[in-house]
Design a protein around this ligand. Sequence first.
Ligand code: ASP
Ligand code: MG
Length: 411
Amino acid sequence: MPLIVQKYGGTSVAGVERIKNVAGRVARTHKDGNKVVVVLSAMSGETNRLVAFANEASEFPVGREYDMIVSTGEQVTIGLLSLVLKEMGLKARSFAGHQVPIITDSQFGSARIEHIGSEAIMRELASGGIAIVAGFQGVDTDGNITTLGRGGSDTTAVALAAALNADLCEIYTDVEGVYTTDPNICNDARKLAKVSYDEMLEMASLGAKVLQTRSVEFARKYNVPVMVRSSFTDTQGTLVCKEDIEMEKVVVSGVTYNKDEAKISVLRVPDRPGIAARLFKPLTEAGINVDMIVQNISHDAHTDLTFTVSKSEFKRALKLVKETASDIEAKEVVGDPNIAKVSIVGAGMRSHAGVASKMFDVMAAEGINIQMISTSEIKISCVVDVKYTELAVRVLHDAFELGKEEVNEER
Ligand code: ASP
Ligand code: MG
């Protein structure tokens, strides 16, 4: 009997009517002869509401109590779905994270899964039942409730699929799959039939919000096939899977953008060994993630250094960098939150030349100034003024012919 893990996101479970709709799909999958494990998010908006309560109660609501509060939304939805399935005459049982158990480390707010016990769920499935698991939450070895970071239910689902050796992990959401770009920006954006783990990993971390990045890392590591699809239609979704030969033929699969970053430049930094380490150490210690880094060639033993951080950490980062800059006698620190990162992603970039120069040509033709560039084997990112984001996405989507039928039919 095939084992399928189905995860439903917040909009799919927003209210009992929608939960009944989910129950219908779960029941159908079960009747078709599959073992079914369901992972649910909280109702859409619920986790934000809980976070707001925590913020009202405390200036820095972190740690154990924060997770105690924000993990509750998922308990409501799993209980409700189990009730509805029972009303329909099916056998169903809800599981909180600690009842599975999903064991994590003790990094409250962004805990990592260390181990998943499969016995309790396997027992439920063997007796003909459907297991309904709370997404987003786990338990540490001291018995504290932990949460996996916003959007963490995706990771719960993929990790469970890996632990249970599932045949498929379906992620049900409010879009029909992974698109070549944001359909709100390009109306000829097309749904991809297939995308590789590496491509999806880049897309997720570059701002395509359909899957939590960590869930894709899990899927890649344990080779879990993941199908992203809509819970509101029966349309085929996008399969996230291992790269195949067809994928390599497609040079660019998608254009993504991220307006959530800010840029910090440190000007006239003395060019000596150890300076970069000095600059970035306080940021690391403060838990601030640095994304792109560019250092210029030095003139008379001084250089300029520019990097990006997420917008929510911009002010904190700027303050820390200003302190270090005066210690190391850099001339000036300049911050700019009005930037966006626009990227192209594609497995075929590994084997095709000229992709970067085409990207730069296309942007130049529109008079878009590129402020920073970074690349990996399968992506190229450019930082531009935020006001050019939509324009850049559109011209790149056009230039790489992503809207055209032939290109996507191949996938
Ligand atoms: N409910 C959590 C959140 O809103 C987890 C999830 O939905 O994936 O972040
Ligand atoms: Mg989500």
